[in-house]
Ligand binder design. Structure first.
Ligand code: SF4
Ligand code: SF4
Ligand code: SF4
Length: 290
């Protein structure tokens, strides 16, 4: 693309991403040898790097700065704030993301993204050829999900500070979805998962053209109520709960099947008089067993 002049615009960042952008342009990554340089006047630039969640006051500035760029006017959103608003989405001072205000050509997720990810993204967008982009040692990237272990309990979604994890029921499955555009690699989900189904790896999506499409998901089958047939809870979650009960109190092992049967009823069918009676009998037996 010839001369690459970058103008960086902070539209509401904590400066974490800005530091990484400057690091990406440091000598060690060799971008300046390829003619990439930072400029302080948008009318001299042909590439715009945006960091931070766009506050309402910055909307016009953002449009104005992009308007001043020279061709090909490439815009790259860097960091979870610029991609999705992260924890600031819905704040009184925020109304829309960067790509609601100007056209964005590429997105670099992360909070903040590593300089290596920014270098890789720039090299890709500017067609500079592949650049060495090993994640630094100990780098915390995006969460990975082991769907075999996950019981779709939802504990991870409850602690995720940015709402990056969503659970939704689709037909007879519960889908657990990790949206990388919002993830800040805090590892709270890894810490809280009772099944050790999440691991924070050095994996990091460095560049995407569709921010909403990046992420991972797992599907867990839902148990059908043994009375009405309605899917009501993840099968693996019910099995794990029954296993835990008999693991914790060995006297209950003889009642494992009865416990599992009682758990196989949806909330409504549990309240039917005959099922309340069965539950009371089971509780009586369990009480006698210890
Ligand atoms: S993505 Fe993280 S590091 Fe970047 S501006 Fe937002 S809070 Fe700061
Ligand atoms: S990943 Fe872990 S915490 Fe999240 S839903 Fe699955 S089992 Fe629960
Ligand atoms: S690491 Fe887990 S808890 Fe933290 S933001 Fe990402 S998905 Fe949410």
């Amino acid at each position: 693309m010839g001369e690459v002049n970058i103008y960086r615009l902070d539209v509401g960042s904590c400066n974490g991403c800005d530091i990484e952008v400057f690091s990406a342009l440091a000598t060690r990554f060799g971008l300046e040898k390829l003619g990439v340089k930072l400029v302080d006047d948008p009318s001299e630039a042909n590439v715009l790097i945006i960091t931070g969640v766009p506050t309402i006051k910055m909307h016009e500035v953002l449009k104005e700065v992009r308007g001043k760029l020279k061709s090909p006017k490439l815009a790259i959103s860097v960091g979870a704030c610029a991609l999705s608003g992260e924890a600031f989405e819905g704040s009184y001072s925020v109304d829309g993301m960067v790509d609601d205000i100007i056209h964005v050509d590429a997105y670099v997720p992360g909070c903040p993204p590593s300089p290596q990810a920014i270098v890789e993204a720039l090299a890709n967008v500017l067609e500079l050829g592949p650049r060495a982009s090993e994640a630094p040692s100990g780098f915390r990237g995006m969460p990975q999900l082991d769907a075999e272990k996950c019981t779709a309990c939802g504990a991870c979604a409850q602690v995720c500070p940015t709402g990056a994890i969503e659970l939704a029921d689709e037909d007879s499955e519960r889908v657990v979805k990790f949206k990388y555009e919002k993830c800040i690699s805090c590892a709270f989900c890894e810490e809280v998962c009772p099944e050790e189904a999440i691991s924070i790896s050095a994996e990091r999506p460095s560049l995407t053209k569709n921010r909403k499409a990046i992420g991972i998901s797992g599907r867990m089958g839902l148990q059908r109520c043994s009375v009405c047939g309605k899917p009501f809870a993840p099968t693996s979650q019910l099995q794990r709960a029954a296993d835990r009960i008999v693991e914790d109190v060995k006297e209950f092992q003889a009642y494992r099947d009865l416990i599992a049967q009682a758990m196989g009823l949806c909330q409504n069918c549990r309240m039917l008089p005959e099922n309340i009676r069965k539950a009371k009998i089971l509780l009586f037996k369990l009480d006698r067993a210890v």
